[in-house]
Write a protein that binds this ligand. Structure first.
Ligand SMILES: [Mg+2]
Length: 363
């Protein structure tokens, strides 16, 4: 047995597997999952997903993988099954995906360190302003999670926080070089399986809206540096910077998107992710065509992310939650809010499998 294991390691080392595939092999085996058997309230899915063929190579070759999901909790498998059947019957032309970015498409933990959000990773190169933004965080962050502040009041506070932060970014100076360097030095990476998910959705011509209360320019740079590619079906709805001819940040475009107002009403601010990546073809998905897609798969890591589909008159929605931390304390809430809950910074493979099923016409 030991000999076989050693031989397996040798094969992995000697065969020229693309770097992306190697990362997948290593990460899958070393993921520090919590032992969910100790979580009494955990309700594991009785739904069994079939084996499926999944891309494991960003260059396009297909390799078979067996995806198992020890870290998913599904409170009502029957309801989920009905939604899956309805969405699948309607076909991919009626489907759209709405996803949060920070800690949903990106990992919560990156090499043992807490992953940074698109705001947190931005270092202005001006310590005075980095400290000022940190002070704002220390003041407003507890207010965001306060259970006593009414939502209307909290919405005003969040808008205030975001706008003060934007003012500091303009005042303290930000250039595109600063963005590039900040992302290069950031603790940020996509969740395993995100590339394959976006490729699958692109192949099936399903639009993806990434809604973020973060910074669109940073998110685009993360795509550029981490994935080295763009997706024609992906749009980003987030706070977008305006630079002058000298490459200096001078303003933000349109309405501020903060943690309590990110929803499909903000679609007008959307821009295709490849706008700044040199692609010449525009996206086919405008606001009107997206609204005709009445089946939704929503991905988020906060219960507030469910609001991303507000303003969309959907027929069926499968809400997939990523509960990255404090599983025991939050699982009940998440189970009541999301149709499926992936635990402990789980990879995206379960969603790849879900989309594969929803877009498949096979019996
Ligand atoms: Mg998030």
């Amino acid at each position: 047995m030991l000999m076989w294991k050693m031989w397996g390691v040798l094969v992995v080392l000697l065969v020229p597997i693309p770097a992306e595939s190697i990362a997948i092999i290593i990460d899958t085996k070393t993921k520090p999952y919590m032992n969910t058997s100790s979580t009494q309230s955990l309700s594991l899915s009785p739904i069994r997903f079939s084996r499926f063929r999944c891309r494991t190579d960003r260059r396009g070759s297909i390799a078979e993988s067996t995806m198992t999901h020890p870290d998913v909790s599904i409170a009502d498998p029957h309801s989920l099954d009905l939604k899956r059947s309805s969405i699948r019957s309607a076909g991919p032309s009626k489907l759209q995906v709405i996803a949060d970015f920070d800690a949903t498409l990106t990992r919560y933990w990156v090499n043992g360190r807490r992953g940074q959000s698109s705001y947190a990773l931005l270092h202005q190169g001006n310590p005075e302003f980095d400290i000022k933004r940190q002070r704002l965080f220390e003041y407003y962050h507890p207010l965001e999670f306060s259970t006593t502040i009414p939502i209307e009041e909290k919405t005003i506070l969040m808008k205030e926080w975001w706008e003060k932060t934007h003012s500091l970014l303009i005042e303290g100076g930000v250039t595109y070089d600063i963005i590039r360097n900040s992302v290069a030095n950031a603790v940020v990476d996509f969740r395993e399986g995100v590339v394959e998910l976006l490729e699958l959705l692109e192949e099936k011509d399903v639009p993806v809206l990434i809604f973020s209360a973060g910074l669109a320019d940073i998110i685009e740079e993360v795509f550029r540096q981490k994935l080295h590619r763009s997706f024609k079906n992906v749009k980003i709805v987030s706070n977008r910077m305006v630079f002058d001819n000298n490459g200096q940040l001078v303003a933000f475009k349109g309405k501020t998107i903060h943690v309590l107002n990110k929803n499909e009403h903000a679609l007008d601010m959307a821009a295709p992710v490849h706008d700044h990546l040199g692609d010449v073809n525009g996206t086919n998905y405008d606001s009107a065509s997206v609204k005709k897609r009445t089946n939704v798969v929503l991905l988020g890591d906060h219960i507030g992310d469910l609001g991303m589909s507000d303003g969309l008159n959907y027929e069926n929605r499968i809400a997939v939650g990523f509960l990255n931390d404090n599983v025991e304390g939050s699982l009940k809430n998440y189970n009541e809010s999301f149709d499926m809950v992936y635990l402990n910074d789980a990879p995206m493979w379960g969603v790849v499998e879900l989309i594969s099923h929803l877009c498949s016409s096979d019996e």
